[in-house]
Design a protein around this ligand. Structure first.
Ligand SMILES: NC(=O)c1ccc[n+]([C@@H]2O[C@H](COP(=O)([O-])OP(=O)(O)OC[C@H]3O[C@@H](n4cnc5c(N)ncnc54)[C@H](OP(=O)(O)O)[C@@H]3O)[C@@H](O)[C@H]2O)c1
Length: 286
C-alpha cells in the first residue's frame, strides 16, 4: 500500500499529464488520495486521463494564459481547493545552435517552460494558496547545470526555471513550498530517440545501471508535494540514476571501460517537428 503522506483529499493540478512523467505523477497523486486536474493540448487524451484517474481535465496549451486561469477556476469549482501545482509540461524546441535560432521560437520555449509555471502559480496563489498554503513542484532537468550541443534554448529555459523555483520558494514562504525535481534520462516519448536505439549502452554508463521510468520521478514529486517534505523548500531533487556522479565510475562491473553514451546522443536524430529529448547533455561524455 502506498503512503498517502497527508495528500488524502487534497487537490492537485498536473500540467502535461496525459503521458510520460506527468501521467505518472498524476497517477501517483491520485493513488495517494489526492483529487487531480490534468492538462495537455490533446482534448481526447485529457478526457481519457481524467476519466482513468477519477479527476477532471482541461485541454489547452500552458502557453495560453486564459487556459491557465481556466485550469485554476475548474479545480476550485470541482474540488473547492488547490493544494498542489506540478509544472511538468515543457518543450525542448527549438533544436540547434543558438546562432540559428529563430527568436520567436526561443520566446515560445520561455513562454512554455518558464512563464507558464509562473503564471499558473500566480493564479493559484491569488485564488487560494496565499490564504491556505500549498506546494509547487517544477519539473526541470538534470541537464540544466550543463551546456551541450543543439539544446541551448531548452537548457537556458530550464536553468531559468530552476532559478524561478528558488526565487518563488523565498517569496512564497512560509505559506507555499516551492521545489523542483530534475530527472535524468527517462523512458518517455519525448526522449525515445535517445534511449531506444541504445538503451543497454546508455544504462551501462549509469551508476544505477538503468534509465529512469516515469514512476521514479513521480514518487519524488509526490514526496515533495506531501507533508513528509514540510520543512523542504527551494530544493532541487535530482532523480537521475547517478548521472551526476558517473565520472567516479571509470570502469563497468565487468572491468571494461564505460561505453560513451553521448556518442550515441550526438548521432541520434530526433523525428522532425517533435520535441527533442531534454537529457542529451546529461549522458556520459565520450
Ligand atoms: N523524459 C526525459 O528524459 C526527461 C528528462 C529531464 C526532464 N524531463 C522533463 O519532464 C517533463 C515531462 O517530459 P516527458 O518526457 O514526460 O514528455 P512527454 O512524454 O512528451 O509528455 C509531455 C506531456 O506534456 C504535454 N504537453 C506538451 N506541451 C504542452 C503544452 N504546451 N501545454 C500543455 N501540455 C503540453 C503532452 O501532451 P500534448 O502533446 O497533448 O500537449 C504530454 O502530456 C518535461 O518538463 C521535461 O522537460 C524529461
Amino acid at each position: 500500500m502506498r503512503p498517502s503522506y497527508g495528500l488524502q483529499g487534497r487537490a492537485a493540478v498536473v500540467t502535461g499529464a496525459t503521458r510520460g512523467i506527468g501521467h505518472a505523477v498524476a497517477r501517483e497523486l491520485a493513488a495517494a488520495g489526492a483529487r487531480v486536474c490534468v492538462t495537455a493540448r490533446d482534448a481526447d487524451e485529457v478526457r481519457r486521463t481524467a476519466a482513468e484517474l477519477g479527476g477532471v481535465g482541461a485541454a489547452g496549451s500552458v502557453a495560453d494564459p486564459d487556459h491557465l486561469r481556466a485550469v485554476v477556476d475548474l479545480t476550485l469549482r470541482e474540488f473547492g481547493r488547490i493544494d498542489v501545482i506540478v509544472n511538468n509540461a515543457a518543450t525542448n524546441l527549438p533544436y540547434g545552435p543558438l546562432m540559428d535560432v529563430d527568436p520567436l521560437a526561443w520566446r515560445e520555449a520561455f513562454t512554455v517552460n518558464v512563464e507558464a509555471p509562473l503564471r499558473l502559480v500566480q493564479c493559484a496563489w491569488q485564488a487560494w494558496m496565499h490564504e491556505h498554503g500549498g506546494a509547487v513542484i517544477n519539473v526541470c532537468t538534470e541537464g540544466a547545470g550543463h551546456v551541450g550541443p543543439d539544446i541551448g534554448a531548452y537548457g537556458t529555459s530550464k536553468a531559468a526555471l530552476l532559478h524561478l523555483t528558488q526565487q518563488l520558494a523565498g517569496e512564497l514562504a512560509p505559506k507555499v513550498r516551492v521545489n523542483s525535481v530534475s530527472p535524468g534520462l527517462v523512458r518517455t516519448e519525448m526522449a525515445r530517440f535517445v534511449w531506444e536505439p541504445g538503451e543497454e549502452e546508455v544504462a551501462a554508463g549509469l551508476p544505477l545501471g538503468r534509465i529512469g521510468e516515469p514512476e521514479d520521478v513521480a514518487r519524488a514529486v509526490v514526496w515533495l508535494a506531501s507533508d513528509a517534505a514540510q520543512w523542504v523548500t527551494g530544493a532541487d531533487l535530482l532523480v537521475d540514476g547517478g548521472t551526476r556522479v558517473r565520472a567516479a565510475r571509470a570502469l563497468t562491473s565487468r572491468g571494461t571501460p564505460t561505453p560513451g553514451g553521448t556518442g550515441l546522443c550526438r548521432h541520434a536524430t530526433p523525428p522532425r517537428g517533435r520535441d527533442q529529448p531534454p537529457t542529451t547533455r546529461s549522458l556520459p561524455p565520450t
